[in-house]
Design a protein around this ligand. Structure first.
Ligand code: DQA
Length: 138
């Protein structure tokens, strides 16, 4: 059974409440339960943190034993050399995902410090971006 971890970064604990016109009105927990039901042959787990160091610690913790990581690092995508370095340091492949199409938005969201160390990037499909990220490992 493949072991896949979904990581959500800062402010993504507020999905369903936060800027609904951009991120939709669904909370992540119910979406995650749906994914778990849909992919019952996958050992799927979920971690969310608003703290950069906690995200790095989690990447280190699973990054030598899991089969894939689906990472939405939120705004840290555009600022964090350290998360980019952590992705380069581990063995588990990482797919960068975003709910919104970051390229349609402010210029500062167009650059990712993570993308060059990721297998690929998926953005703009709403919560469906996570499903596509997950499927890429199967
Ligand atoms: C986001 C896009 C980021 O620019 C933003 O800071 C987020 C969410 C997305 O999923 O669309 O927090 O990663």
């Amino acid at each position: 059974m493949k072991k896949i971890l979904i990581i959500n970064g800062p402010n993504l604990n507020l999905l369903g409440v936060r800027e609904k016109s951009v991120y939709g009105d669904r909370d992540f927990q119910s979406y995650f339960e749906e994914l778990k039901t849909e992919y019952e042959d996958v050992d799927l787990s979920y971690f969310q943190s608003n703290h950069e160091g906690a995200i790095i610690d989690m990447l280190h913790e699973v990054g030598f034993s899991y089969d894939g990581i689906v990472l939405n690092a939120g705004a840290y995508t555009h600022t964090s050399v350290a998360i980019g370095d952590a992705i380069a340091a581990i063995e588990t492949p990482v797919v960068e995902v975003h709910i919104s199409n970051v390229h349609k938005r402010e210029t500062f969201r167009h650059h990712s410090y993570l993308a060059k160390n990721c297998v690929g990037v998926i953005c703009g499909f709403g919560l469906g971006s996570y499903r596509l990220g997950l499927q890429s490992f199967l």
